[in-house]
Design a protein around this ligand. Structure first.
Ligand code: AMP
Ligand code: MG
Length: 487
């Protein structure tokens, strides 16, 4: 692989376009009238070997609005399908184009996708565009997830288009540059299974394995191993979400990445008060994607993935189903195992025992009963501080504290325990009211609150001068808070 250390040029390839043509349509971004850079991620650009763009505002605006194509780009829109709120439908990149796969200096292959880049053959009735508000929202939260140590697509830039988009109101349009290990989704496999030949499905599986899971290439049953590998990645991902209180909000199968990254920041939000049934998305009226439902939905989505892979797992359908079922049945046990391990880390239990599971469950039910803030409680335990509010005053909680302290007695391991907790418990998360404040200012033209918030969120496990203010939630803010499928 070329060590592109000087970073004087793009390193674009287009392996996706070697797939059968049914998987994509060649499509250039639709030019915009007046591109202007709203934010640019210098650090990420440097990591990617694109530092030659850092000082060059004009090039940033031209390339990342889609007005000018980088050398080596062969833009395309990807075809995919998906289950949206449980209903199967044909989808595809209706407002995004993949410029190509950039090889970073370490040889890592990264998709550069422009989101909001105009209509494509998959746009249906949509305008192919995105609002500045929603693209900045994706930028802010995806970067925050990255700094929290959670696998995610990244955001390289947001460029406003100088054009209006209509979403009930008139909004300013923008294009986000999204960087991803790939944009292959569970929905891409559903598309292949439902609308393409078995050869096409096989080609997609081979491509995916080569790109993301090369170690399983020579196994006896690569399709089955692919299912197991994706299942494993998804468990890790959801456990991370549960660790920090992240609610994805729209875990449709087209929004589940085969590479295991968090993708599509539409109505996502972070939970303040601990409550399993927390939902902020305005369209999730049944709570399908509620905080506490996320592992169940991941399991459901993986069953859809398994179903798409069946013809590749075995020619004998009964055998294929049995093998896939066996793999899928692993989900629940493994998820619980890793979830408890994560919770033990949050509590600094270095040598957990079976009975510590009750300690975890008891704490969470006390937190729910006393409406405690998920983030604040763990930071308080870690720092040995008391919080205001009902939880710390409750007798049952005091009794719980004694039990927990009893499990943390050995003084010599105190430092180790603290370190473990510190890595698991963020001091700052993107609090909904701060996110809204930053975004509302940004669309009015004042980027200061946005940039300050981004800065704070780039160090989520450290201490900040403004941390207390950051952790306080305006009373009843969450009660009426709603997020939207930001298009
Ligand atoms: P999302 O909710 O972003 O996951 O998008 C679901 C589907 O709707 C995808 O196929 C998108 O490409 C498509 N879509 C969303 N917004 C638009 C839009 N403004 N124009 C065209 N297609 C869109
Ligand atoms: Mg999507």
């Amino acid at each position: 692989m070329l060590p592109n250390t000087k970073t004087t040029h793009w390193q674009l390839e287009n392996t996706y376009s070697t797939l059968p043509e049914t998987f994509f349509s060649f499509q250039e971004p639709v030019p915009v009238s007046k591109p202007a850079v709203v934010c640019f991620n210098d650090k990420l650009a440097t990591e990617m070997g694109l530092s030659f763009l850092s000082e060059d505002n004009e090039s940033q605006a031209e390339y990342f609005s889609g007005n000018k194509l980088p050398d080596g780009a062969t833009p395309l829109a990807q075809a995919y399908a998906g289950h949206q709120f449980g209903h199967f439908t044909m989808l595809g990149d209706g407002r995004a184009t993949l410029l190509g796969e950039h090889l970073d200096p370490s040889g890592q292959r990264l998709d550069i996708q422009l989101k909001g880049s105009g209509r494509t053959p998959y746009s249906r009735r949509g305008d192919g565009r995105a609002t500045l508000y929603s693209m900045l929202r994706e930028y802010l939260i995806s970067e925050s997830m990255h700094h929290l140590g959670i696998p995610t697509t990244r955001s390289l830039s947001v460029v406003s288009t100088g054009e209006q988009v209509y979403r009930g109101n008139i909004d300013e349009g923008a294009v986000l540059s999204r960087i991803a290990k790939s944009h292959i989704r569970v929905g891409t496999f559903e598309y292949a299974r439902n609308f393409c030949s078995k050869e096409d499905l096989q080609a997609l599986a081979n491509y995916t394995i080569e790109r993301h899971y090369p170690a399983i290439k020579d196994s006896d049953n690569p399709a089955l191993e692919l299912l197991k590998a994706v299942l494993d990645q998804q468990i890790d991902l959801i456990v991370h979400w549960m660790r920090v209180g992240f609610i994805h909000g729209v875990m449709n199968t087209d929004n589940m990445s085969i590479a295991g990254e968090t993708i599509d920041y539409g109505p996502c939000a972070f939970m303040n008060t601990y409550r399993l049934s927390t939902v902020f998305s305005s369209i999730d009226t049944q709570g399908r994607y509620a905080f506490g439902n996320q592992s169940r939905i991941a399991h459901w989505n993986l069953t859809v993935f398994a179903n798409a892979l069946l013809p590749l797992i075995s020619e004998d359908q009964d055998k294929a189903i049995a093998l896939a079922q066996e793999a899928i049945n692993e989900f629940q046990g493994r998820f619980m195992d890793r979830w408890f391990r994560m919770m033990f880390d949050k509590l600094g239990l270095l040598h957990p025992e079976e009975k510590d599971k009750d300690l975890v469950k008891e704490l969470l039910s006390l937190m729910e009963a006393h409406k405690a803030d998920y983030t604040q409680v763990f930071v308080a335990l870690q720092e040995e501080k008391e919080l205001e509010g009902a939880l710390f005053k409750a007798e049952e909680f005091k009794a719980w504290m004694q039990k927990w302290e009893g499990r943390c007695t050995s003084e010599d391991q105190k430092a180790l325990r603290f370190e473990r907790m510190k890595k698991s418990n963020p001091t700052v998360i993107p609090r909904n009211h701060w996110v809204e404040n930053a975004l509302n200012s940004a669309v009015e033209g004042d980027m200061k609150p946005f940039n300050e918030l981004l800065e704070t969120l780039s160090n989520p496990y450290g201490h900040h001068p403004d941390e207390i203010q950051f952790q306080q939630i305006p009373e009843d803010f969450d009660t009426g808070y709603q997020t939207f499928c930001g298009t």
